[in-house]
Design a protein around this ligand. Structure first.
Ligand SMILES: *Cc1c(COP(=O)(O)O)cnc(C)c1O
Length: 358
């Protein structure tokens, strides 16, 4: 650090993104990207827009907002497109958090939540997951803090029902409830329809996972007009042109090509279920997942070793060092071929360990 860095950032511990190796030699199952490329219509829309990059992007994202609104059955005034859903999480901490207004979220969840709380100087209360690693929605009824829950949760993959979320929203009328639905297209039920009834609900989604656009950086929030106005005030105070031209065009084309992405999600769900069964056969504990990843651990090999040994064999998965989950790895669902490579390597590892102990 230089001697110029503000003292308020001296002890900041930034978010650690999953590894993004430059070479493509890994079977990359560590950051929950889609194994499928964007649809050809998206690539065409992006290249059409590239010729207009001399002009600023539309700060209102008018076309994109209209297509997201139509798709989800809301009004354009209920939608805020952002530069990856991480950005709207940041806006949310800025807009609603201060020393009187803390955020509550699960102790095991998306690693960015505590980082934003710290960065924005917002107190946080981390609520432990249940013994089985699920979120107990009753922990969030009538609380003092704003509530932030990833649903499905990450890295665990478990999901709350819409009626459980509705109870959380209804029991906290003077708090904002933020539901991060990054993985909702892989089997969970979205609570977007609830925004019609509840002014205090903000639903966040992303194009990074089910719509194969992680590299384009596109997310959005859906909420009451009042909440969207708040978040726009923050956005226009930081970065009005936050979504670039190519990404806006990519988003519109992706929504139009819905059938392609629905089919991809269906395939991922089916590969997920098959992979879970195969991991269980190898003795792994696998949490029930409604996401595009599995959270799995085994008494036969600790999480860190599994991560390291798989990496040495060219397969990247995600390992977290937090005490309660350090024996697990989060494995992104890829193509059937990638899953075969994963499982072949895990089997070889377990066999090698078995021989070593004889
Ligand atoms: C991936 C992810 C995000 C971030 O998505 P981007 O739109 O790529 O910024 C947000 N929340 C959760 C829970 C995620 O897993």
């Amino acid at each position: 650090m230089s001697r110029f860095l503000s003292a308020k950032y001296a002890s900041l511990i930034p978010y650690t993104p999953g590894e993004q190796p430059r070479d493509m030699k890994y079977v990359k199952l560590n950051t929950n990207e889609s194994p499928f490329p964007p649809s050809p219509a998206v690539a065409a829309a992006v290249s059409r827009e590239a010729g207009r990059l001399n002009l600023y992007s539309d700060p209102e994202c008018t076309l994109l907002k209209a297509s997201v609104a139509e798709y989800y059955g809301v009004q354009p005034e209920n939608v805020l497109p952002v530069n990856g859903s991480d950005e709207i999480l940041y806006f949310t901490f800025l807009a609603y958090g201060d020393d009187q207004n803390a955020f509550a979220f699960p102790d095991i969840s998306y690693g960015f939540y505590p980082v934003y709380a710290e960065f924005c100087n917002v107190p946080k209360r981390e609520i432990p997951l249940k013994e089985d690693f699920s979120v107990d929605y009753r922990d969030y009824l009538g609380v003092k803090e704003h509530v932030l829950i990833a649903n499905p949760n990450a890295p665990t993959g478990t999901c709350l029902t819409v009626s459980q979320i509705e109870e959380i929203v209804r029991s906290n009328p003077d708090r904002v409830v933020i539901i991060d639905e990054a993985y909702i297209d892989f089997g969970g039920e979205s609570c977007v329809p609830l925004i019609q009834q509840y002014e205090n609900l903000l639903v966040i989604q992303t194009f990074s996972k089910s719509r194969s656009l992680a590299g384009a950086r596109l997310g959005f929030g859906i909420a009451s007009e009042a909440l969207i106005r708040d978040l726009n005030t923050v956005k226009y105070s930081i970065n009005p042109y936050n979504v670039n031209r190519m990404t806006q065009a990519a988003g519109v084309a992706a929504i139009e090509d819905d059938a392609y992405y629905k089919e991809n999600a269906r395939r991922i769900i089916s590969v997920r279920e098959e992979t879970a069964t195969r991991l269980k056969t190898l003795g792994f504990t696998v949490l029930p997942s409604t996401a595009n990843f599995l959270f799995a651990g085994s008494d036969r090999i600790d999480g860190e070793t599994l991560y390291r040994e798989l990496k040495a064999r060219g397969v990247l998965v995600r390992h977290f060092t937090k005490e309660r989950i350090k024996n697990f790895c989060r494995i992104t669902i890829g193509t059937p071929e990638q899953m075969d490579i994963l499982l072949t390597n895990i089997r070889a590892l377990l066999d090698a360990k078995g021989n070593a102990t004889i």
